[in-house]
Design a protein around this ligand. Structure first.
Ligand code: SF4
Ligand code: SF4
Length: 241
């Protein structure tokens, strides 16, 4: 119903599925029926996505957003026809840009996995209302996007500090924490969406969750070494088997 509902992930999925172009049609800016003004969200999402496309070597012109009213059928038809011709001229996705199909698929999959993280980091800018079209192209810069991907954070549970209180596992929104009673907790990096909740909720007296930026995450502690043996209520002592 609303262009604001078009998530960055939807656009990436369309390209991953081999679409050569994506067109998003929204209501005219400042004519939204709701206080949310979702079309501004769609606009900032598109501006971000275009820069991401450039970052991975895709032509950003393959993604377009236009705003019009439901009474402007002719405008819609003209824009679609113009965009269709443009995409035809650009040629097949990836091939025209000289990117190998498998490489493109893996790049798109990598970015798609980072969508929740990207939205979290760029949350404030994504909520902006850009009134002046001259701002559009410079709103997200190349350097900013390069930095976004070179400094991606990861979360890691320090096995020396984890006390298996299970708080992080209960709060993780995607069940990415391997958790069991009296077992050192471990983050499944494949499932983790980098929301940072575990870092926030790990009790200050343990501070077991670490944020690692732009560097590899240490390997998880082997399963057979995860058991914590508590000797008394007051004093915890860990033994590894
Ligand atoms: S960063 Fe978020 S998704 Fe990842 S393990 Fe922590 S709570 Fe779960
Ligand atoms: S909240 Fe902290 S101490 Fe508790 S299980 Fe998670 S990482 Fe371990």
């Amino acid at each position: 119903m609303c262009s604001g509902r078009v998530d960055l992930e939807f656009v990436l999925r369309a390209f991953s599925n081999g679409m050569d172009g994506v067109f998003i049609g929204g209501c005219r800016l400042n004519e939204c029926n709701y206080i949310t003004h979702g079309n501004y969200h769609a606009l900032t999402m598109v501006l971000l996505c275009r820069k991401i496309m450039e970052h991975i070597g895709l032509n950003p012109e393959r993604l377009r957003i236009e705003f019009m009213s439901s009474a402007e059928g002719t405008v819609f038809a003209e824009l679609m026809s113009e965009f269709g011709n443009k995409v035809s001229k650009l040629g097949p996705l990836g091939k025209a840009e000289g990117i190998d199909q498998n490489e493109l698929k893996s790049k798109l999959a990598e970015i798609t996995k980072l969508v929740p993280y990207i939205k979290l980091v760029k949350n404030e800018k994504l909520a902006s209302r850009l009134e002046n079209p001259e701002e559009y192209d410079k709103f997200f810069t190349k350097d900013e996007i390069d930095k976004l991907f070179s400094e991606v954070v990861s979360y890691y549970i320090d096995p020396e500090k984890c006390q298996a209180c299970m708080t992080c596992a209960k709060r993780c929104p995607v069940e990415a924490i391997i958790s069991a009673k009296n077992q050192i907790h471990v983050i499944d990096q494949e499932k983790c969406i980098k929301c940072g909740t575990c870092l926030e909720v790990c009790p200050p007296k343990f501070r077991a969750v670490m944020e690692i930026a732009g560097a590899p995450v240490p390997p998880p502690i082997p399963e057979e070494k995860r058991t914590i043996v508590r000797k008394s209520k007051k004093l915890n002592h860990r033994q590894s088997f």
